[in-house]
Design a protein around this ligand. Structure first.
Ligand code: ZN
Length: 178
């Protein structure tokens, strides 16, 4: 198991079909660490499930993630004074941010970072795609400008939460190794 990242271990552990402590001690350790790291807050739980969706390609559990993020965004917005589209918040902000999170490939250039020369399959590498950053879609391309502040805050909160969570899992797994 050494040499693999905590995230990879987590993904492979959640894929294990039959899991008992005696058969798969490593996987069980990883799942215990994941459960512990994910149980610290609903946001961590959401970030953990999101990572799972990202790796598996199955959208199971997405509704739960949307609900958690909606609650977080509502309370943040009340403090920061952001517009969050009321009951349309999930459709206008949360789902677009989650879609962007899961696949940042620019839809205009297919992630190449350059436009295709019209009428040909050839990329015009002399010009950068005007909709993205080197093939990576911008949040402003998926969320209306007036909802950008909450959308950006949500994206960075997810980033931060995932970073802390996998950091905690790493520390816990290292502790177990000793
Ligand atoms: Zn592009």
């Amino acid at each position: 198991m050494r040499g693999r990242s905590t995230e990879e271990k987590y993904m492979s552990a959640t894929d294990s079909s039959h899991l008992t402590v005696s058969e798969k001690p490593c996987d069980v350790d990883v799942l215990i660490a994941a459960g512990w790291a994910g149980s610290m807050s609903p946001l961590r739980d959401a970030a953990m499930r999101l990572r799972r969706i990202e790796q598996s390609g199955s959208l199971a559990g997405m509704g739960f993630i949307v609900d958690i993020l909606h609650l977080w965004l509502k309370s943040e917005a009340s403090v920061k004074g952001w517009k969050t589209a009321g009951k349309d918040c999930p459709e206008k902000i949360i789902k677009p941010v989650l879609g962007w999170w899961l696949d940042r490939t620019c839809k205009h250039c297919g992630g190449h970072g350059h436009p295709v020369i019209e009428g040909t399959p050839v990329l015009n590498t002399l010009v950068d795609c005007e909709y993205c950053d080197e093939g990576s879609a911008r949040l402003s391309d998926v969320v209306h400008r007036k909802y950008l502040p909450p959308a950006e805050a949500l994206a960075s909160k997810l980033e931060e939460t995932a970073w802390h969570m996998f950091g905690d899992m790493n520390r816990m797994l290292r502790y177990n190794d000793n």
